[in-house]
Design a protein around this ligand. Structure first.
Ligand SMILES: Nc1ncnc2c1ncn2[C@@H]1O[C@H](COP(=O)(O)OP(=O)(O)O)[C@@H](O)[C@H]1O
Length: 295
């Protein structure tokens, strides 16, 4: 392990890492993105000019999208739904970290300490976990991806930018009191892995902030007695994760904003209200209609 760590460390600081990751992602030249700006950039809930993905692009190579957003905003929920819709893998670095934690391997105890304090794992460890995941996907013939929770630092964003062309970065947004309530209400079924939320959010609009209503997403009866809470979803740790997000991850939003790739999406409510609006903002609502018709 020590030897392997040395190799990874040296690769991380050299162009080797770049080459290793770039071998695993598609040729940036092969995707085309429509350059037409959103005709109404101020239209809520999508508040920023959209670089929409063109039909041609969807046909040329699989999408390479990134989801950004504070803890609890719903990155996993929407990334996973889009992954099913578009047929590309949903890769969540938080899941990779949790898999490593559950493996009780040599890294596990060190990672648990960091994660349970609400801190970020080192760029080196995350790049290594992500490279391995991409490698596994490549052997299975996966193409494209929806990344969730990566990049989270400018260094990670620069590494990703150096190896491939990210088509679009979707920045999900929700007011902070709702984020805290959603993290505290999050429950996972330890048998089927399903994600649920017992929080019933109904916050009034005040001081220019819009109100928000998000009904709970309750588990089916067979999961109700098997629910667990993530060890880092305590009030103290969630507040620290929110602080860390503002401190270290917000600059990543600016990084992509400066490159014209950021689509800001204010969640208007729960999934039934937000999902169709998100699809419209991403210009993929036709795909959902086709899938529903085929079901
Ligand atoms: N890209 C990353 N860089 C550093 N640490 C990460 C990254 N992705 C996940 N982690 C670690 O895993 C934890 C859980 O990640 P995630 O499930 O994405 O949480 P969140 O709900 O806070 O968005 C993070 O708090 C962090 O410790």
């Amino acid at each position: 392990m020590a030897a392997l760590n040395r190799v990874i460390r040296s690769a991380y600081y050299s162009p080797l890492t770049i080459r290793r990751l770039s071998d695993l992602v598609s040729d940036p030249a092969s995707i085309r993105i429509a350059s037409t700006p959103n005709p109404n950039p101020n239209q809520s809930p999508c508040t920023r000019m959209t670089p929409p993905v063109s039909r041609d692009a969807l046909g040329t190579r699989s999408v390479q999208w990134v989801f950004l957003g504070c803890p609890g905003v719903g990155k996993g929920t929407y990334a996973s739904r889009l992954s099913n819709l578009l047929g590309v893998p949903h890769i969540a670095t938080g899941d990779l970290v949790r898999d490593e934690l559950a493996s009780s391997g040599p890294l596990s105890r060190k990672l648990a300490e960091i994660v349970n304090k609400g801190q970020l794992v080192s760029d080196e460890v995350i790049i290594d976990l992500l490279s391995k995941r991409l490698e596994e996907g490549q052997t299975k013939g996966e193409t494209g991806f929806i990344l969730d929770g990566f990049p989270r630092t400018i260094r990670q964003a620069e590494i990703l930018e150096g190896v491939t062309d990210i088509d679009m970065v979707i920045n999900l947004k929700l007011r902070e009191d709702a984020l805290l309530a959603k993290c505290l209400g999050r429950r996972i079924c330890q048998q089927c892995g399903g994600n649920f939320n017992i929080a019933a959010i109904d916050f009034k609009g005040e001081d220019g902030r819009p109100g928000i209503c998000m009904p709970p997403l309750l588990p089916p009866p067979q999961c109700a007695s098997k629910l667990i809470t993530r060890s880092d979803d305590t009030e103290e740790v969630v507040k620290e994760r929110l602080r860390v997000y503002h401190d270290q991850c917000k600059p990543v939003e600016d990084f992509y904003r400066a490159r014209g790739k950021l689509l800001e999406f204010n969640l208007p409510g729960g999934i039934p209200e937000s999902w169709p609006k998100l699809l419209r903002a991403l210009h993929v609502e036709d795909l959902d209609n086709k899938q529903s018709a085929a079901a």
